[in-house]
Design a protein around this ligand. Structure first.
Ligand SMILES: N[C@@H](CCSC[C@H]1O[C@@H](n2cnc3c(=O)[nH]cnc32)[C@H](O)[C@@H]1O)C(=O)O
Ligand SMILES: [Zn+2]
Length: 432
């Protein structure tokens, strides 16, 4: 048995208290074997956590990891125009190799900022799965179906593909990859196909992930057409349930919040994307108070524009207070909770907490820095003062993915260079 000792630091416990402790990782099972008194445990290999805080690996509950290729390509526009005028025309030119290059870049960025699990929505998913397998991360993947603007045969083919890809890739990378059925949103996939395929996904036991209630522009047409709120329509279609989580949930009314709680449907909150596209402020504190399971997501790098969950935590705290008009809303502990245990619950991974028996998915944050001094409250620091570049080591499934900022599964310089080349050629093709 090979064991890794994360030693000399402080550890963020599941109840969000901090104590001096060492963490012993069983690298064969990929689980935490024990959390013990400093110096009491020993392993074959050691990871130095002195002057550091060991935290659960962050869980990015909604992203499009390959969209790193479009980082900074189209900014300062609302969702609808941004997608239709800029993003979709370029995405139409994406090749599988582009997606692989963009995904690798995004995954390197995640490893460097302490993220160990992600929920992704995209296409050419085999390439994303290959990149995740190489990265050593944990992911929930899927093929996102869009039917607007497609003829009947293409539309059906796309939705069928979402179901097929989910079935084929579930359990890949030694179980680190799980899958979801993914209608893009309630307005971009037609009702007939939703009525046919959602029950099929449910019958297959496939979790569902989709964008919903992101902008007010998408709520109106659903109310006009179906005479009900988007999440009532979703419920009617069989979309809601304990295995489903929606991205955004910005424009939800009281009844919809109740519906989310009653059906145990989760929400991936994406504050940076919501601010940047001026989509609105999600009532996250209200969702939490109603008992809804909430995770935190960056969304894609074209609407953020980075994939750091540290930035996202700060944004969640800030906009959460503004939305509630209450400075005590989305307190630091709640934010850390959604970025770790909350996201893990949505994705269905036994991660998001450092405890014997849980997945050994963790990051060590370097506290020995001016902007993290003094150390009155380390949970506060994680949300309000730390950044992704403060992460010293990242471990997923018991494997060290970054040691002293050196990313192990990839040659970082090669990944950066390749992504840059692919992005430049892609935009060239799309605009020629
Ligand atoms: N474009 C493909 C499938 C869509 S993949 C998932 C899509 O979500 C898009 N996307 C990224 N961020 C957002 C968002 O915030 N709201 C809605 N869609 C988004 C992203 O650009 C990508 O096109 C097709 O037409 O078949
Ligand atoms: Zn999205």
């Amino acid at each position: 048995m090979s064991e890794l000792l994360v030693s000399g630091g402080r550890v963020l416990r599941p109840d969000l208290t901090v104590e001096r402790a060492d963490v012993l990782v069983d690298q064969d099972s990929g689980d935490v074997a024990a959390v013990g008194e400093p110096g009491a445990l020993s392993g074959d290999d050691e990871l130095d956590a002195s002057e550091g805080l060991v935290v659960p690996g962050l869980v990015n509950a909604h992203t499009h990891v390959a969209m790193t290729l479009l980082r900074g390509y189209a900014d300062d526009k609302p969702l609808d125009a941004w997608l239709q005028e800029d993003i979709w025309p370029v995405e139409a030119e994406l090749t599988p190799k582009d997606v692989r290059a963009g995904a690798e870049l995004g995954l390197v960025e995640m490893i460097k900022s302490g993220t160990t699990a992600l929920s992704d929505m995209y296409f050419h998913v085999d390439e994303i799965a290959g990149a995740v397998e190489q990265a050593g991360l944990r992911a929930v993947l899927g093929h996102t179906a869009v039917t607007v603007g497609k003829d009947e045969a293409d539309a059906r083919e796309d939705v069928q593909q979402s179901l097929d890809v989910a079935e084929r890739l579930d359990g890949a990378a030694d179980g680190r990859i799980r899958t979801t059925f993914q209608p893009h949103s309630l307005t971009t996939v037609g009702e007939e196909l939703l009525r046919e395929f959602v029950p099929a996904a449910n019958d297959a036991g496939r979790p569902i992930h989709l964008h919903a209630n992101e902008t007010s522009d998408e709520v109106g047409p659903i109310v006009d057409e179906h005479g009900k709120r988007p999440l009532e329509y979703a419920d009617d279609l069989g979309v809601l349930g304990p295995d489903t989580w929606i991205a955004h949930g910005v424009h939800v009314d009281e009844r919809e919040i109740e519906l989310l709680a009653d059906t145990d449907t989760g929400v991936a909150h994406c504050p940076a994307s919501n601010m940047k596209l001026a989509s609105g402020m999600a009532p996250v504190q209200e969702l939490l108070d109603a008992g809804v399971t909430v995770g935190l997501g960056t969304d894609g790098a074209a609407s953020n524009n980075d994939l750091s969950m540290f930035d996202e935590m700060r944004d969640a705290a800030m906009i959460g207070k503004l939305a509630a008009e209450d400075a005590s809303a989305m307190a630091a502990a709640s934010v850390v909770e959604i970025a770790t245990a909350g996201g893990a619950e949505l994705l269905g991974f036994d991660s998001g907490r450092i405890e014997a028996g849980a997945n050994a998915d963790l990051a060590v944050v370097d506290l020995d820095q001016p902007h993290l001094t003094p150390a009155h409250d380390l949970v506060s620091h994680l949300v309000y003062a730390a950044s992704g570049s403060d992460v010293r080591h990242t471990v997923c499934d018991g494997t060290v993915l970054m040691r002293d900022r050196d990313v192990k599964p990839f040659d970082e310089a090669t990944v950066v260079e390749r992504a840059d080349e692919h992005a430049t050629a892609l935009v060239g093709r799309a605009t020629e």
